[in-house]
Design a protein around this ligand. Structure first.
Ligand SMILES: C[S@@+](CC[C@H](N)C(=O)[O-])C[C@H]1O[C@@H](n2cnc3c(N)ncnc32)[C@H](O)[C@@H]1O
Length: 396
C-alpha cells in the first residue's frame, strides 16, 4: 500500500548565514548522503530526501530547517491578497506535513502553532496580515490551535509547531519548521555575555578548520565557549583548550560545557601574551579557532587595548608547523590585511553578515608553513557557489 509519509520524497529548505551557504551545503551533503537536487541561494540551501531523516535535526552550521509543504504563484500585492493567498495555501498537504514531522518528534494531540511570514518586495499588506490569514486557514488542516502573534508580541509559551511562509516576488512558499525551536538555539548556551557568537557560525569555523582526534585546538578569546564547545562536539577525541582574560566569561564557558557534557581545558590568559599557546606543549597548538574582540560590543583588554596586533604575533609562534588559524573578525579590523602583512598564507578570506554587520571569515597558515587549504568538501561547494555567482572570492 502506498504510504506518502514514508514513500514519497520530501523537499527541505535550510536557512543559514549569508556568505557561508556553501559550508551549510557541505554539511547537508556529508550528513545526509541521500540528499538530492541541492540548490544554494542567498541565505538558504534547498534539497530533497527520500524521507525525513533525524540527521536533519543534528545539522550544526545552519540556522533552521524546514519541511516544504508547497508553493503557490501569482500572490498579488493588494490588501485582499493575504486572504486569497491563505485560501490557496489551504489546498496544500498540511495534514501530511504534520504526520511527517511526527515521524521525527512527538506532537500533542492538538499542537499550538504559530505562523511566521517574511515578505520581500513592496506590498499593500504586511507580514501580520499574512500570518493571521494563514493561521486561521490552516488551523483545521494542521489539527492545531493557532497562536496569533501581533506587532506587540506573541502568546507566552513556545509553540509546538511553526509554519513559515516565504513570499518572494509573486511566489509564496509554505513550510513547517522541523524542530520545535530553531536549530541555532543550543540547549547548552545558558550563560552568555556580550558579543557571544552565533552557534552555527562557530560550527562553520570548526568545519573549515577540520579538527581531528588527537589534535589540540585553542580558542584564546573563548567568551562563553561557543567555539570550544562546537569543536568538542564536532571532533570527539580532540583536545580543546579555551582561555579568556575575563574570569566571568571563563565561568560561563565552564558552566555551558558542563551542560553540554564536553571536556574543555580552561585557563585565564591574555591572548596577546605567550601563556595561552603553551597549552599545546613546546610544539604549539594544531588549530586556533577564534572570534577576537571587536571593540564594538566587547573591547580588547590587557595587552590588546590598542590593537589585535600582539595577538596575531602570538599566533605565529603558538601554532605547530602545519597549524592553521580559523577566525571570524569584525570587518572594521581588516584582519586579512593584518595577517598578510605578517606573512600568513590565506586559504580563505571571505565575508559573512550577521546581525547587520559584515565580518571576515579567515583560514590561514602561519608564515613559513606549507600553506593552508580548505578541506575538500567545503572547497567543492565553495567552487560551486563561486561559479553560480552566489559569492565572490572575497565576499558576496
Ligand atoms: C567577541 S568575544 C568572544 C565571544 C565568544 N566567541 C563566544 O561565543 O562567547 C571576545 C572575548 O575576548 C575577550 N578578551 C578581550 N581582550 C582579551 C585579551 N587581551 N585576552 C584574552 N581575552 C580577551 C573578552 O573577554 C571576550 O570574552
Amino acid at each position: 500500500v502506498h504510504d506518502p509519509v514514508v514513500d514519497d520524497p520530501v523537499r527541505l529548505r535550510v536557512r543559514c548565514v549569508r556568505g557561508l551557504e556553501w559550508v551549510a551545503a557541505d554539511e547537508v551533503r556529508s550528513s545526509l548522503p541521500r540528499a538530492g537536487d541541492l540548490v544554494m541561494a542567498n541565505r538558504e540551501v534547498s534539497f530533497s530526501l527520500p524521507r525525513l531523516d533525524p540527521a536533519l535535526l543534528a545539522l550544526r552550521t545552519v540556522d533552521d530547517v524546514f519541511l516544504v509543504v508547497g508553493q503557490v504563484d501569482d500572490v498579488g500585492s493588494t490588501k485582499a491578497a493575504p486572504q486569497a493567498l491563505s485560501g490557496r495555501l489551504a489546498g496544500l498537504g498540511w495534514g501530511l506535513a504534520r504526520h511527517r514531522i511526527e515521524q521525527l518528534r512527538a506532537l500533542p494531540a492538538r499542537p499550538g502553532f504559530d505562523v511566521v511570514a517574511s515578505l520581500e518586495g513592496r506590498r499593500g499588506f504586511n507580514r501580520f496580515d499574512v500570518e493571521h490569514a494563514v493561521g486561521a486557514a490552516t488551523a483545521p488542516l494542521v489539527g492545531g490551535t493557532y497562536l496569533a502573534r501581533t506587532s506587540t508580541g506573541r502568546p507566552t509559551g513556545e509553540p509546538d509547531l511553526t509554519v513559515r511562509v516565504f513570499v518572494r516576488g509573486e511566489t509564496a512558499l509554505a513550510a513547517v519548521r522541523l524542530g520545535r525551536r530553531p536549530l541555532h538555539r543550543r540547549d547548552y548556551k545558558q550563560n552568555t555575555g556580550k558579543g557571544t557568537l552565533h552557534p552555527p557560525l562557530a560550527a562553520a569555523l570548526c568545519r573549515l578548520a577540520a579538527p581531528s582526534a588527537g589534535q589540540t585546538l585553542a580558542d584564546p578569546f573563548c567568551g562563553d565557549g561557543t567555539i570550544a564547545i562546537e569543536a568538542a562536539l564536532a571532533a570527539p577525541g580532540l583536545r580543546v583548550v579555551a582561555s579568556d582574560l575575563d574570569a566571568d566569561r571563563l565561568a560561563s564557558t565552564r558552566r555551558n560545557a558542563e551542560l553540554c557534557g564536553v571536556q574543555i581545558d580552561l585557563h585565564r590568559a591574555d591572548a596577546g601574551r605567550p601563556g595561552w599557546a603553551r597549552a599545546g606543549g613546546p610544539a604549539g597548538v594544531d588549530l586556533v579557532v577564534t572570534n577576537p574582540p571587536w571593540n564594538v560590543s566587547v573591547d580588547g583588554t590587557g595587552s590588546l587595548r590598542e590593537s589585535l596586533d600582539p595577538f596575531w604575533g602570538r599566533v605565529v609562534h603558538g601554532l605547530t608547523a602545519g597549524g592553521r588559524l580559523c577566525a571570524i573578525t569584525d570587518g572594521s579590523l581588516d584582519a586579512p590585511t593584518a595577517l598578510r602583512r605578517r606573512g600568513f598564507q590565506l586559504a580563505l578570506a571571505t565575508q559573512t553578515r550577521i546581525a547587520g554587520r559584515v565580518s571576515h571569515v579567515l583560514l590561514a597558515a602561519p608564515p613559513g608553513s606549507a600553506g593552508a587549504r580548505l578541506p575538500p568538501g567545503p572547497a567543492r561547494w565553495r567552487r560551486a557557489a563561486l561559479a553560480q555567482g552566489l559569492v565572490t572570492e572575497d565576499g558576496f
